[in-house]
Design a protein around this ligand. Sequence first.
Ligand SMILES: [Zn+2]
Length: 340
Amino acid sequence: MNHTDLQDFSHKRYNILTGEWVLVSPHRAKRPWQGQNEAVSNTARPAYDETCYLCAGNTRINGEINPKYQDVFVFTNDFAALQKDSKSFSIKDGLLVAESETGICKVICFSPDHSKSLANMSAKDIQKVVLVWQKEFKELSENPNINYVQIFENKGAVMGCSNPHPHGQIWSQSTLPNEVDKKNTQQLAYYNKNNRSLLGDYLAQELEKQERIIFENRSFVVLIPFWAVWPFETMIVPKKQQSNILELNNDEALEYAEAISVITKTYDKLFNTSFPYSSGIHQAPTNGNANAHWHWHMSFYPPLLRSATVKKFMVGYEMFGSPQRDITAEIATKMIRDLV
Ligand SMILES: [Zn+2]
């Protein structure tokens, strides 16, 4: 086995968490770019925008008025994708199969300051967000109709985010969504065979090799996973095996906040722009089981490829075959690590 071949020749890499493959084509990384450029908006935003439906004291479209919140503010989504009390049904008509799905969707404002993002909030302020994630996760997980809680953020117009106010979402539902279902299966199979955490063993290997590590503190590691699909995709992994964020004590919550702060700040430096991404936390289902096979983690999927204006598209072969990338995870790590 010669790892240097990974930098010169086309190959595919295995995603241990999903059981899927990504095609890597390092020899293509130098080809000239003649594709689409995205518009960049680096104009500073005001701390308060009277037209923003997330700013403190403003009225939302459904007529509710946001309180004059000081730190973090959560409300149930006015246009929720999942409804709490929708009709329960099951359809199996030959090959036409459908199941009803219920849930609760919330919006979480990270700060009352319209001009901020996680990248320019302090670790202390991000810790307040983590503590609210814990509170919401706990409350939703105690609901017998909720078996999974997805915490995520869409940042930037290029990701389809309609409002620049710093905010994320918490969608919770009665069944496991596709991505979580795959990770559940893979982690369970590894745990049953080895009686150890899949991500824990992976982390040990990455810490020994030091090829894809971006940042590390006492409790967390930020790295570009070996199987990353997006050019600058990263993952925050707790060193201790924990099934969900409720296992974080206050010190660990601050260390987690520091890891989020470091990677988001570093992203902004990479192309000197407010770096767009979708980020999300994958955690154990809230189905009442112990879920000892689960090791929670947070992933960042940023769309930018080589500058603030050049975006990676998931089209063609990626729609019909597998995801594909040119720049390797190791080269991307070097580019990011130098900016931390
Ligand atoms: Zn706002």
